[in-house]
Design a protein around this ligand. Structure first.
Ligand code: HEC
Length: 302
C-alpha cells in the first residue's frame, strides 16, 4: 500500500519523460511545432485540488492536532512576541504571496461576499459569479475583461464547526449567522492566458508547490522565536510537541496530491465538459493575452 504514492510519482515522471520525448520538435523542422495545449481551466482545477490537500493537511494535522499539544494559531501570528502560526486563510495568503514573487503568473485569492476582512470582499464579475457558486456549488470559469485574467472560482464550504463559530464570533465579521455547510467564500485562481503547454502547466504546479513550501517554512521560521519551540523533524503534532520539517510536510503533500494531479494531466487533452467552456467565448480564447508583468486581481489588496 505504502509504495503506491511512490509508484505514482515515478509513473508521473516516466510519463512526462515519454511525453516530452515524443512531442519535442525535431531539431531541423522548419514548421513551428504545436505541442499539446491544455485549457487553463484544467490547470486551475489541478491547482485547486492540490490546494485542497494542503488546506486539509494544514487545518487538521498542524492547526487541529497542534492545538491539542499547546500550539496556537491566530490572525496576528506575524506580530513580534505572538507565539502563533497562521490560520488556514492566512496560510493560503502566504502561498499567494509566494506566487506573486514567482515569474509564473498564477494568482490565488480567498474571497467572500460577507468577509471578516473587507479586503477579502469580492467585487464586480467575481461577485456575480460567486452568487452562482452559492446557488449551485459548482466551480465557475470566467474571463475578467479589465484585468485580462482567466479565472476559476471554487466554493469554500463551512465543513467544520470551528469555521462557523470563529466567523460568527469574530468582531470584524460582516455576518454572524453562518451555518455548517454554508458556502462561506470561494478560492479564486487566475492566469493571463486561456491555455498553456504541458511544460507551462508543470511550471505552474511547481510554483504552487513552492508556494506551499514557502508558507510552511515561514511558519517554521516563526517558531524559532517561541519560548518552547516544538521539535522539528520527522514527527507530527499528533505524536506530541513536534512539527514536521518542511521536507516531511512537502513529502506528505506530494504523497496525497500526486496521484490526482497525474491523472488530471493524463486526461488534460480530452475535450472540456460543456459546463466549463460556456464563459470563455471563442474570441476570448483566441485573443492574444498581454505578456507583461503580473496583474493582481482587482480585489487582492490587504
Ligand atoms: C479561529 C478563527 C477562524 C477559523 C476556525 C476559520 N476562519 Fe476563516 N478566517 C478567519 C479570519 C480572521 C479571516 C480573515 C483573514 C485575513 O484575511 O486577514 C478568515 C478568512 C476567511 C475567508 C476569506 C473571507 C473573509 O472572511 O475574510 C474565508 C472564505 C474563510 N475564512 C472560510 C473559512 C472556512 C471554510 C473555515 C473552516 C474550514 C474557516 N474559515 C475557519 C478566521 C477563522
Amino acid at each position: 500500500m505504502d509504495s503506491k504514492p511512490f509508484f505514482m510519482t515515478v509513473l508521473f515522471f516516466v510519463s512526462l519523460i515519454i511525453y516530452l520525448g515524443v512531442s519535442a520538435p525535431p531539431p531541423l523542422l522548419e514548421e513551428p511545432h504545436v505541442g499539446a495545449v491544455i485549457p487553463i481551466q484544467r490547470v486551475l482545477s489541478m491547482a485547486e485540488a492540490e490546494n485542497d490537500v494542503v488546506r486539509a493537511l494544514w487545518t487538521r494535522e498542524i492547526v487541529g492536532a497542534g492545538k491539542t499539544v499547546g500550539l496556537q494559531f491566530n490572525e496576528n501570528w506575524r506580530e513580534k512576541g505572538v507565539e502563533a502560526g497562521p490560520l488556514p486563510a492566512l496560510f493560503l495568503r502566504e502561498t499567494a504571496k509566494s506566487l506573486e514573487k514567482s515569474p509564473v503568473r498564477l494568482s490565488l485569492y480567498l474571497g467572500s461576499d460577507f468577509p471578516i476582512k473587507a479586503a477579502n470582499s469580492f467585487k464586480g464579475k467575481q461577485r456575480e459569479k460567486f452568487q452562482i457558486i452559492k446557488e449551485t456549488r459548482e466551480p465557475q470559469f470566467f474571463y475578467v475583461e479589465d484585468t485580462g485574467l482567466y479565472t476559476a472560482s471554487f466554493a469554500d464550504i463551512a465543513v467544520a464547526h470551528p469555521c462557523v463559530q470563529c466567523h460568527n464570533e469574530h468582531e470584524q465579521s460582516s455576518k454572524h449567522d453562518w451555518k455548517l455547510n454554508d458556502v462561506m467564500g470561494a478560492t479564486t485562481w487566475s492566469y493571463p492566458s486561456a491555455s498553456v503547454t504541458l511544460d507551462e502547466a508543470i511550471e505552474i504546479l511547481t510554483a504552487l508547490r513552492k508556494g506551499f513550501n514557502d508558507a510552511y517554512s515561514a511558519y517554521l521560521t516563526k517558531t524559532a522565536s517561541f519560548a518552547e519551540r516544538p521539535e522539528i523533524g520527522e514527527r507530527w503534532p499528533r505524536k506530541g510537541h513536534y512539527l514536521p520539517s518542511a521536507e516531511v510536510f512537502m513529502e506528505k503533500v506530494v504523497e496525497l496530491a500526486s496521484a490526482h494531479t497525474l491523472d488530471a494531466i493524463i486526461s488534460a487533452a480530452e475535450p472540456l465538459p460543456q459546463t466549463q467552456i460556456v464563459s470563455f467565448s471563442k474570441q476570448q480564447l483566441e485573443k492574444p493575452m498581454p505578456r507583461q508583468g503580473q496583474t493582481p486581481l482587482p480585489d487582492q489588496k490587504g
